[in-house]
Design a binder for this molecule. Structure first.
Ligand SMILES: Cc1cc2nc3c(=O)[nH]c(=O)nc-3n(C[C@H](O)[C@H](O)[C@H](O)COP(=O)(O)O)c2cc1C
Ligand code: SF4
Length: 517
């Protein structure tokens, strides 16, 4: 009997040598005449432990990490095929506190199954939601998603059910489902991890969306820097087609749904939904004025559902286990779970799926294990490059959309980047303006010109030139960008800039002025 060994094929594991570890295990097993079955799974999201190898034993799956090819012979000597003790042994995978404390719904299968196998997906509860959906009317499907309280995970947190209802109500010969997999935010990797670790979860979510709104064609607009996700998605889509989940007659229902992957254009603003549609249609990614909404006038001017990867990936759970099950997680108007991606200067960076309501401090300390440098943490940027910097006084805020809005901050796509006390916040404010200047699509003046002027103003503040006047000018400029920009690129750049200025005035020399005055 062969022993099953799981070696991740996730980009994070590949980057630190997972392929070499797999080769070493195969060679060592052959040399010793010990039969093994190697499964290339997704990541469990504990990035500091990659490559995390798991062995299927009678007592369940036993984890070893971070494993190097040089350790492999020693692992065999230690009897790791039977879960033997070794310095790299982490015990039963499910008992690792980092995993055990999570509430994994969308990521329940990630790292557990063979990502591209339809049979494995089905064995772990996959395509149950679709089977239910095939027996429901589009109206009942939309109602389920609405009742679950699901809000878009791409950043804007718009209620998914309302968006779907608009598309359902639009009469058209052709409708589309588009997945936003551009994942441009700093410190984020949850979309990638899901696509590489459980692509059928996304395929199933998009299929259900198609049934709900009457769309027969789906596109995944994938960040071009994700070649591994592309490979896994293409393999999973091909397998879904063979199993009749995709095609002209989805599972004998007479309903059609097809799905294709399209590579992104490599620009941050192409993640903005209307710029994404322009890019998908073959043009330069420039933001479209709204209205009309993409729900009514989207891809090729047809009614279109556009959702983030994780919005779609939440849907199979909602259908399989019910709207009420899903909405029982969370707080206030933030229902369900969010995939927090903790990164930057932390000891234990990785993916933490938790119900809304967990505090930032729990994520930084209980999961992140504090700073990697051992110095005090000082500032945390939440929600990507357009998100605010939070000082320690705000770290007990519950992670929920409204609580963050009340702070002048945003949860965005759940990216969290921590900085220790060596960070210079005036430089971070400059960086935010510079990022906007570089990535601006150029359509509106407050963003195109404002961000360039913003860099100049921050430079003068840093140089100590007429600081009080320049700080007043910076606030004025932020007000114009916030209120006059066409999309969130320009209107949210003031979040990191003003939070840095307001919470860390000493880095702008502003405290000296207050004292002098
Ligand atoms: C500059 C900019 C970049 C964005 N990048 C992304 C992205 O990479 N992925 C994403 O899902 N949403 C991104 N969004 C949000 C999308 O415009 C849109 O709100 C989202 O695709 C809707 O899906 P959801 O309702 O499921 O969140 C971005 C928005 C802006 C303004
Ligand atoms: S805010 Fe910036 S990115 Fe958005 S439309 Fe205006 S110029 Fe383009």
């Amino acid at each position: 009997m062969s022993t099953t060994i799981f070696v991740p094929r996730d980009s994070a594991a590949l980057a630190v040598g997972a392929d070499a570890v797999e080769r070493a295990i195969a060679a060592e097993a052959a040399r010793r005449g010990q039969p093994v079955r190697l499964v290339r799974n997704g990541s469990r999201g504990m990035l500091w432990l990659e490559p995390l190898i798991e062995v299927q034993t009678r007592a369940g799956r036993i984890a070893y990490g971070a494993v190097t090819p040089e350790q492999v012979a020693g692992l065999f000597d230690a009897g790791f095929l039977a879960g033997g003790q070794h310095s790299a042994c982490l015990g039963p995978t499910e008992e690792i506190p980092y995993l055990k404390r999570q509430e994994r719904l969308s990521f329940a299968r990630c790292g557990v199954t063979d990502p591209v196998s339809v049979a494995d997906y089905e064995r772990h509860g996959g395509y149950v939601g679709l089977a239910r959906a095939l027996d429901m009317t589009p109206e009942a499907l939309v109602a389920q998603v609405t009742e679950s309280g699901l809000r878009g995970r791409g950043g804007a947190a718009f209620p998914t059910g309302i968006k779907w209802k608009t598309v359902l109500g639009a009469a058209a010969a052709q409708k589309y489902v588009v997945c936003n997999a551009d994942e441009g935010d700093s410190g984020t990797f949850a979309d990638r991890m899901l696509m590489e670790g459980d692509p059928h979860g996304l395929i199933e979510g998009m299929l259900i969306a198609g049934l709900a709104v009457g769309a027969t064609q789906g596109y995944i607009y994938l960040r071009s820097e994700y070649p591994q996700a592309q490979r896994v998605l293409e393999e999973a889509i091909a397998a879904a087609r063979v199993a009749d989940y995709l095609g002209d007659n989805v599972k004998g229902s007479g309903k059609r749904f097809e799905l294709e992957v399209r590579l992104g254009a490599g620009s941050y603003v192409c993640g903005e939904e209307t710029a994404l549609l322009e890019s998908l249609e073959g043009r330069r990614g420039i933001v479209r004025a709204k209205p009309p909404l993409p729900a009514l006038n989207g891809l090729f001017a047809m009614p279109t559902v556009i959702n983030n990867v994780l919005s779609f990936a939440a849907v199979p759970t909602i259908l399989a286990r019910g709207a009420e099950f899903y909405r029982n997680f969370g707080v206030g108007r933030s229902r369900g779970t969010l995939a927090f991606q903790i990164a930057g200067n932390l000891r234990h960076g990785g993916l933490v799926e938790k119900a809304f309501g967990v505090s930032l401090r729990e994520l930084l300390e209980d999961f992140g294990g504090g700073s990697a440098t051992g110095r005090a943490l000082r500032a945390v940027q939440v929600g990507g490059p357009l998100g605010a910097y939070l000082p320690e006084s705000q770290w007990d805020t519950p992670m929920d959309y409204e609580a963050f809005a009340a702070l002048g901050a945003a949860l965005g796509h759940g990216g969290i980047v921590a900085f220790d006390d060596k960070v210079d916040m005036a430089n971070m404010a400059r960086y935010a303006m510079q990022f906007c200047a570089i990535e601006s699509c150029g359509k509106c003046t407050p963003c195109r010109i404002g961000a360039t002027r913003g860099v100049e103003v921050v430079d003068r503040i840093i140089a100590g030139v007429a600081r009080p006047q320049q700080i007043a000018l910076l606030r004025d400029l932020c007000d114009t960008m916030q209120n006059g920009s066409l999309c969130a690129m320009g209107s949210m750049t003031p979040y990191p800039v003003l939070s840095a200025l307001n919470h860390f005035p000493e880095d702008f020399g502003a405290a000296d002025h207050a004292k002098a005055a």
